[in-house]
Design a protein around this ligand. Structure first.
Ligand SMILES: [Fe+2]
Length: 182
């Protein structure tokens, strides 16, 4: 009978003890964690918007932000899964409480658009770091994420434009609300 011997071949191991094909530069790991926090914060803030609109009988807007909040959570999960796939551990940082005292719908859409644009900037920074370190697994991971984010910016710019055009008139805002209530 042959007895099994310990493996004689070696494989690189990440901080979680998982096999790791290519070590990740510390700068990239840190930036991916920061980005993950940003996606979770956006999810929390959109959940706050969802509640703000629900409290004011604007169910279409409320529904829109509920879905957006869920989308941001999906994005956060994608980053967590990617870090795990690369043998890294995932640190979940504390989140600030979402701002809830808004005085106008336009302000909410301006804040949302700015948040989307900050997320895009963060993705571009991640891409630049990955390229600088020739970490091509990360650039490939980021490509479709950046495309999706550009589409999101477009959607938020469109809705901000419509809300601006409504110029705070209830009848116009109710039409947008109905359009979003699908
Ligand atoms: Fe996102």
């Amino acid at each position: 009978m042959t007895t099994l011997k310990p493996a004689s071949l070696k494989v690189a191991i990440g901080p979680t003890g998982r096999a790791m094909a290519e070590a990740m530069p510390a700068e990239l790991v840190e930036s991916l964690h920061q980005h993950l926090t940003m996606e979770r914060s956006a999810s929390a803030q959109y959940f706050g918007f969802n509640i703000w609109f629900a409290e004011r009988e604007l169910r279409g807007f409320s529904k829109f932000f509920k879905k957006e909040s869920e989308n941001e959570q999906v994005h956060a999960s994608e980053f967590a899964d990617y870090l795990i796939a690369r043998g890294q551990s995932v640190n979940l940082e504390e989140l600030a409480a979402p701002k809830q005292d808004w005085s106008s719908i336009e302000d909410i859409f301006i804040a949302a658009f700015q948040m989307e644009s900050d997320v895009t900037t963060s993705l571009h920074q991640l891409y630049a770091i990955a390229e600088r370190h020739s970490d091509f697994r990360s650039t490939v991971f980021l490509d479709p994420v950046i495309q999706g984010q550009t589409n999101s910016e477009d959607e938020f710019a469109y809705l901000l434009g419509k809300v601006k055009f409504a110029n705070n008139q209830p009848s116009a805002l109710l039409i947008i609300d109905s359009e979003l209530n699908v």
